[in-house]
Each structure stands twice: as structure tokens, then as C-alpha cells.
Design a protein around this ligand. Structure first.
Ligand SMILES: C[S@@+](CC[C@H](N)C(=O)[O-])C[C@H]1O[C@@H](n2cnc3c(N)ncnc32)[C@H](O)[C@@H]1O
Length: 258
């Protein structure tokens, strides 16, 4: 199993083995809400794979890893862990950067910030600076993994509709209901659009989302599997701990995985 190049809020590191074990047979695999792709990097490659995120900086990072991983590795070794540099990267106009520089900026901001949000400089007195800018030697493996993958930068409904076939499986990990923290809004309107888009697919879907009465109502009639995930990073200390989540499928989930 490979590890994504950077951390990301909502990443499916703890649930990925379970999700992978629940994937049905398929030819085409899509991840319309890719983030940093814990599940994609943890599964065997499918014949056709599509990864997508609405965040253009994230998509640029994966494109650059695919085409220029050596150059990113070469340049990133000159970065230092510094609050001044963090503020410089945060404020710089990305239109003035090359795509490779944009990728390095993104790795820097995410890996050197508190809770990987790219907002405030992360530092501590009991832990070392984040190693991502000093140790990016694994980028070459990720480049190989990305070889046969379509990388898209659209909203989820476009990807689901475009690639949906009876032999497609869509793994959907949207922002959780009633939570924020991403660069774009994902409110009730977007959640309902997702539900309606998934309701019309010819293929299969597997959706992960927070366990909420409204969500249960929206997806009644599908297969709902309850699970619990431990989060160590949250805005408020008292929000850290065990969270109830749902894994929702439009096919009978394999019993061994439940
Ligand atoms: C919970 S995260 C996905 C985490 C991912 N499974 C992982 O392991 O890293 C949700 C992602 O959805 C993306 N997103 C938000 N709105 C979107 C939209 N309308 N279409 C596609 N992606 C969207 C966010 O940028 C974010 O990366």
C-alpha cells in the first residue's frame, strides 16, 4: 500500500483497508472527491481509473508528480521550515509561479501548517518539523501508480455522469454533512445533488459520510454499514475522539467486510 504525498483533512487513512475490501468487481474505478487518495493509493490498480477533485492546486500537484516527480524532489530539498517562508508562500500570487513551483508551494503549505489546512504555520516544542519537505523520495512510486489514471478537475457530478457505466464503481468521500474547512462550499444543496446523481447511476457506488439522521433519511433504501473512526485533529480539543460514520452502498456489501 502506498502513502499519499501529503496529509489532508478528512483523509481516509483509517478506513481505507475496509473500503478496499468492500469494492465490488469493476473495470472502471472513479474517485470524484480524491483529496490525497488514501483509498486509491491503497488498492490494486483497476483497468481504468479516474481521480478528480475540485481543488485545482491539489489536482496540479498530482499532475506534476506524474510528469515531473524528479524535479519536485530536486527542488524541494532546498526548502527550509520557516514561518517567513510559510507566509511568503501563503501570500504569493500563484499566477506568477510555474506549475512545478505551484506544486512545491502546495506541498509546503499543507505539510507545514496546523492540521494540514494550509492556514497557520504549524510548530511545536515536542515534535520535529513535518518531514514532507525533507523526504519526498517516494514520489517516484506515486508517479508509477498514476501512470494509467485520468486526472480531472471538475465538480463531482460531471465525473460520475461522464464515467458511469454498468462496469464502473464510484468511491465517493465528500466533505461531511454540516462540516466545513475546504476551499469550496459543500452544503445541503451539493449533498442533495450528490444523492440524486448517485440515485441515477448504472454502475455501483460506495459512499462514506458522517452518521447523521438527515443523511440516514436521504439514503434510506440503500445498504448502510455503521463504523467508527478516531480523529486526533479537530478545531476544538473536545471534538477529538471517536466519530460515527456510515459506509453506504447500492449493492450488498461483502459480509466479511461488515
Ligand atoms: C473528505 S475529502 C476526501 C478525502 C480523500 N478520500 C482522502 O483520502 O484524502 C473531500 C474532498 O472533496 C473535494 N471537493 C469539495 N467539493 C467538491 C466538488 N463539488 N466536486 C469534487 N470535489 C470536491 C475537496 O476539495 C476535498 O479534497
Amino acid at each position: 500500500m502506498l502513502k499519499p504525498p501529503i496529509p489532508r483533512m478528512g483523509g481516509k487513512s483509517r478506513l481505507r483497508k475496509r473500503i478496499v475490501s468492500m469494492l465490488p468487481e469493476h473495470i472502471c474505478y472513479t474517485e470524484p472527491f480524491f483529496g490525497v487518495g488514501w483509498v486509491y493509493f491503497g488498492k490494486e490498480p483497476s483497468k481504468v481509473e479516474v481521480i478528480n477533485d475540485i481543488d485545482g492546486e491539489l489536482v496540479n500537484l498530482f499532475k506534476m508528480i506524474k510528469f515531473h516527480s524528479e524535479e519536485i524532489q530536486r527542488l524541494i530539498q532546498y526548502e527550509i521550515c520557516s514561518r517567513d517562508l510559510f507566509d511568503f508562500y501563503k501570500e504569493i500570487d500563484t499566477n506568477r509561479l510555474t506549475e512545478i513551483q505551484r506544486a512545491i508551494r502546495f506541498i509546503y503549505l499543507v505539510s507545514q501548517s496546523f492540521a494540514s489546512k494550509g492556514v497557520s504555520f504549524g510548530y511545536g516544542t515536542t515534535k520535529n518539523p513535518s518531514p514532507h519537505i525533507f523526504n519526498s523520495s517516494s514520489l517516484n512510486c506515486l508517479k508509477e501508480r498514476l501512470r494509467n489514471t485520468y486526472i480531472e478537475n471538475k465538480s463531482f457530478e460531471d465525473i460520475i455522469n461522464r464515467y458511469d457505466r454498468p462496469h464502473t464503481v464510484h468511491f465517493c468521500d465528500p466533505p461531511y454533512f454540516e462540516t466545513d474547512g475546504y476551499s469550496t462550499t459543500f452544503g445541503e444543496h451539493e449533498h442533495l445533488l450528490l444523492r440524486d446523481t448517485l440515485a441515477s447511476v448504472k454502475g455501483k457506488f460506495i459512499l462514506t459520510i458522517n452518521d447523521h439522521p438527515t443523511v440516514r433519511e436521504w439514503y434510506k433504501g440503500y445498504y448502510l454499514t455503521e463504523t467508527q473512526v478516531h480523529y486526533s485533529v479537530a478545531k476544538a480539543k473536545n471534538a477529538r475522539g471517536l466519530y460515527k460514520e456510515l459506509i453506504i452502498t447500492n449493492y450488498v456489501p461483502p459480509s466479511a467486510a461488515i
